[in-house]
Design a protein around this ligand. Structure first.
Ligand SMILES: [Ca+2]
Length: 282
């Protein structure tokens, strides 16, 4: 007896910066599903070819990532493949849209490194963090925009309290910069090429010594301590993006400092960090 596996149902999408998360209902069917094949297209007509195949999984979820800082829309269709290689009819095509980053919607005020999915322009990169951090940065990172050098003064790897090589303590990375006029709306973009898979951890964000919030990092590929280019095809790096608005009242005309203190978990590996003026009304 030969019949097609059931068609995937309940496909939905959720956009975020640089990525679109897909979820669907798992089919309850014998013989067992071998995998789901995920196809993506720029148009609502999703052609089921090798060119549109972006991944395979046995789970009911998939992340389409490295979509870049602009908001982009993609259309997705999924095919169920059983153990005998039989293929279901494709699911209904569903659209997803990623969120635009402040890196493209805002105006840069201060920046460390380039937002290019690579850690390579930062100090100790791509693999010298665990052996060299404590010697090079015994008091953490203290970076002044305009005079400091990313290749010397901002470690690509930020240790967490779980890291023996970092002394199992909290480390602070501080970005100093000058504001010429009163801040209206300012945002902080922390782009990471990778994090620890199970101990991505959290960091507190401070403005001029006042703690304003805590951010939680997404689990990554646990490779960013050793390699630094997430644009390589098939990379094990899993970039993630933290972007938040900062309270304007904490800033002053003149010198300011934004500090990132890793207060739980293991390391994260930077792509770039920046403070941006956000457009009014966004
Ligand atoms: Ca970079």
């Amino acid at each position: 007896m030969s019949r097609k596996p059931p068609t995937v149902d309940g496909l939905s999408t959720q956009g975020r910066i640089g990525a679109i998360d897909l979820t669907w209902e798992l089919t309850d069917w014998e013989p067992l599903v071998d995998h789901y094949a995920i196809h993506a297209s720029h148009s609502a007509e999703v052609d089921l070819s090798a060119e549109t195949l972006i991944g395979k999984t046995v789970y009911g979820r998939f992340t389409h990532d490295t979509l870049g800082p602009e908001a982009v829309t993609r259309y997705y269709s999924i095919v169920t493949v059983d153990a005998a290689g039989r293929r279901s009819r494709p699911s209904r095509a569903v659209a997803g849209t990623s969120t635009a980053s402040m890196v493209v919607t805002g105006t840069p005020i201060a920046q460390v490194g380039e937002f290019d999915s690579k850690s390579l322009e930062l100090a100790l990169a791509p693999s010298g963090g665990q052996s060299g951090y404590r010697t090079a940065f015994p008091n953490g990172v203290d970076f002044t925009y305009g005079t400091s050098d990313p290749a010397r003064d901002w470690s690509y790897l930020h240790p967490g309290p779980s890291d023996a090589w970092g002394g199992r303590t909290r480390h602070t990375f501080r970005l100093r910069f000058s504001l010429e006029e009163e801040a209206r709306r300012l945002g902080l973009a922390i782009w990471l090429i990778d994090t620890h898979a199970s101990l991505a951890g959290t960091a507190t964000i401070s403005v001029n010594g006042t703690e304003v919030t805590e951010v939680e990092f997404r689990g990554g590929g646990t490779r960013g301590s050793l390699e630094g280019d997430a644009t390589v095809p098939g990379t094990a790096l899993r970039p993630s993006f933290v972007e938040l608005e900062l309270p304007a009242e904490e800033f002053a005309v003149g010198e300011n400092a934004v500090a990132i203190t890793k207060n739980s978990g293991s390391w994260h590996a930077y792509d770039a960090v920046g403070v941006f003026a956000l457009d009014q009304g966004r």
